[in-house]
Design a protein around this ligand. Structure first.
Ligand SMILES: [Mg+2]
Length: 223
């Protein structure tokens, strides 16, 4: 019997894509660089590699922050200071909270049936602030972030911390809902939680993932 739902934040409740696009576009424009949509693709290509390396424990979060924009600017042949832009970019993201389609309805529905916890790979204060700004913080009993825990999903240390805090809930009585196979689904599955994958890009569901949904409103059909 499911008692609790752990919910990823970015790409699941908040439209991180839209927040990133806005922050990059405004930041470059303020630096008198003409923004082109293909620049966003370059950012994503490089950013994905950094996040994968982070999830696999190959680099630290600090190294990611130090290097990712420098790498992007090098690829784009833009003459801007990477770490300085990182500071600006994160400040903008900190203030950016664009909801995903159906997120409020889903939180209303789930909060009526289950205890809800946020589970996010990201800086703690930033994620709290963005949830507050989106008026979503009120739905959560607790907000678990890698920034506070010191370990990223899918690491078992992340989930150990969650279930130490939510000590009256067992992993098998909980569901991990998120958009990432490598962090949310792998982490939840490895720890013995049920998994619900928000599969927005029509990828094939691995058989070890329990359920997939194509949009948040489909969750009512599952739990
Ligand atoms: Mg996500």
């Amino acid at each position: 019997m499911i008692k609790a739902v752990f919910i990823d934040i970015d790409g699941t409740l908040l439209d991180f894509e839209a927040c990133v696009e806005e922050s990059m576009r405004v930041g470059l424009t303020e630096n008198k660089i003409e923004y082109k949509p293909e620049m966003l693709e370059t950012f994503h290509r490089i950013n994905d590699v950094f996040w994968r390396d982070l999830e696999q424990g190959k680099i630290t979060f600090e190294e990611l922050l130090e290097r990712r924009w420098a790498t992007v600017f090098e690829a784009l042949e833009i003459d801007l200071n990477g770490p300085e832009f990182e500071t600006y970019f994160r400040k903008r993201l900190h203030e950016s909270a664009i909801p995903m389609e159906g997120s409020y309805e889903t939180l209303e529905y789930l909060s009526g049936k289950y205890r809800l916890f946020a589970a996010s790979n990201g800086p703690h204060e930033q994620q709290i602030e963005r949830l507050r700004k989106a008026d979503m913080l009120k739905y959560f009993e607790d907000v678990f972030t890698s920034g506070k825990i010191g370990a990223e999903k899918p690491a078992k240390e992340f989930f150990e911390y969650c279930f130490e805090k939510a000590a009256d809930i067992k992993p098998e009585e909980s569901t991990m809902l998120g958009d990432s196979l490598t962090s949310d689904m792998k982490g939840g599955n490895d720890f013995g939680m049920k998994t619900i994958w928000l599969n927005l890009n029509g990828k094939e569901k691995p058989e070890w993932v329990d359920f997939e949904i194509k949009s948040l409103d489909e969750i009512k059909n599952i739990i």
